[in-house]
Design a protein around this ligand. Structure first.
Ligand code: ATP
Ligand code: MG
Length: 430
């Protein structure tokens, strides 16, 4: 893509109303636009990153569940049915158009904060026999929560993205087996997103779903809202909320020997057991023809929070630094000649066209701007690799390439450069 067609401009100053590193940098670099506290528009560059994150999650989820898309809006009744209308304090309530006298109780709605109330009756309608279980469905969707503290940019949105998966089983044992698989798949996802080595499975409270623990996936960042006790040797952590004498005794662990660190919850999985199936009357017929409650698990990941976490974790004083797997482009090509008729400019154009036609994700800075401005914007936007074509680079032998996170640049020949970015994989058509 040509930068001259991007339309979104970067800015030097931090927005006055943001305090978090992720919101400041993402706004300055033109990835997000604030609408109100905790509510952001994803601008084209930001949407590319968000889509990349969600597509990685989607690919892994497709291995353990079927994708669907539930409605974001639900009748208030659904939340009354489970008794969570009063319990969930972040629920966003809204009223619809006046539907006349008969509809008094149905013209109030919930903007869903999670979807147990929605998925359980859907699955209950189709899956009623042990022969059809287990099943799992997931979606990637915008969720709404009336969060009190919405000052951390993408880390805590009032409107945010979530991948939520729900699994359904005949018994606790089958749920546990699936739960362990999901745990592993989650770690694979975090590794692919570039945060795996700093993300730890963390025992946390089970809410009112289970007497057991739930498992959070906590990524270490200084600005993280959660305090966790980290046992690096055993590769496990404990959320501060469960750190007490009772847990120490029950699990035979010594919290005094662990590191206390700040982290952000990027995922959370819960064995729901029969909590929702009992209250919503969801049973299945077992082999002997008896009705039994369905066992459920739920599994969340926050793609927009992850985008914020990755900024907090990797960005430096010059700007964003994206891991390869989710970067908006893999290459930032910059031409340093303003004269469109010059050989240098034509050379850059021709290289850009070649890479673009090949399918390389390249952002071409073809703007009529100074070298200083182009370099500063390139650092701010944070594409993993920068390639500069200038009179100087061509005289020195070709293209000057530099990794965003590195210090050193090097000159490589134009041919070598093109080859580097047009290498074909086994199953591509070039
Ligand atoms: P927190 O404790 O941070 O409020 P939660 O435990 O309420 O989060 P879950 O209900 O477990 O969140 O949601 C699943 C995932 O969705 C979380 O692990 C997190 O990654 C993401 N998430 C939850 N709330 C938000 C939010 N307000 N903004 C962005 N992402 C969120
Ligand atoms: Mg949670």
């Amino acid at each position: 893509m040509r930068q001259s067609h991007l339309f979104i401009k970067t800015r030097k100053e931090a927005p006055a109303d943001e305090v978090s590193k992720n919101a400041i940098l993402l706004t300055r670099a033109g990835f997000i636009h604030k609408e109100m506290a905790g509510v952001y528009t994803f601008l084209p560059l930001g949407l590319k990153v968000l889509n990349n994150i969600e597509n990685i999650i989607r690919r892994h989820m497709d291995g353990i569940g079927r994708e669907l898309l539930m409605s974001a809006l639900s009748p208030m009744e659904k939340w009354q049915n489970t008794g969570r209308l009063e319990k969930v304090d972040v629920l966003m309530k809204t009223s619809g158009a006046n539907e006349g006298s008969k509809a008094k109780s149905t013209n109030e709605y919930i903007l869903n904060s999670t979807h147990e109330e929605m998925i359980t009756p859907i699955v209950a309608e189709y899956i009623r026999s042990y022969k059809e279980l287990p099943v799992a469905f997931y979606q990637i969707q915008t969720k709404f929560r009336n969060e009190a503290r919405a000052k951390s940019g993408l880390l805590r949105g009032r409107e945010f993205r979530m991948k939520d998966l729900y699994s359904f089983h005949t018994d606790e044992n089958d749920l546990k087996k699936y739960y362990d698989i999901a745990k592993k798949v989650y770690m694979d996802i975090f590794h692919e997103l570039g945060i795996g080595s700093d993300t730890f499975i963390t025992l946390a409270g089970g809410g009112d779903f289970t007497k057991d623990y739930s498992h959070e996936f906590q990524t270490l960042i200084e600005s993280g809202e959660d305090t966790i006790y980290l046992d690096r040797k055993n590769n496990i952590a404990y959320n501060k909320e469960v750190v007490n004498d009772e847990t120490a005794k029950k699990l035979n662990v010594d919290f005094n020997k662990m590191e206390q660190v700040q982290a952000s919850e990027v995922g959370n999985i819960f064995p729901l057991n029969v909590k929702f199936s009992e209250v919503l009357n969801y049973t299945y017929t077992n082999e002997s023809g008896e009705q039994k409650p369905v066992y459920m698990g739920c599994y969340g990941i926050g793609p927009s929070r992850i985008m914020g976490v990755i900024v907090e974790k990797f960005a430096d004083e010059k700007g964003l630094i994206w891991p390869e797997s989710i970067a908006p482009f893999s290459l930032h090509l910059i031409v340093l000649s303003k004269d469109k008729e010059s050989d240098t400019y034509k050379q850059a154009e021709s290289i850009y066209e070649k890479l673009k036609n090949h399918g390389t994700e390249v952002l071409f800075d073809d703007r009529d701007a100074s070298a200083g401005e182009k370099f500063a914007d390139s650092d701010l936007i944070g594409i993993p690799m920068r390639a500069v074509i200038s009179d100087k680079s061509l005289q020195a032998g070709g293209v000057e390439i530099k990794e965003r996170k590195g210090e050193k640049s090097e000159i490589i020949s134009v041919e070598q450069f093109i080859k580097m970015y047009t290498v074909c994989c086994d199953d591509c058509n070039h």
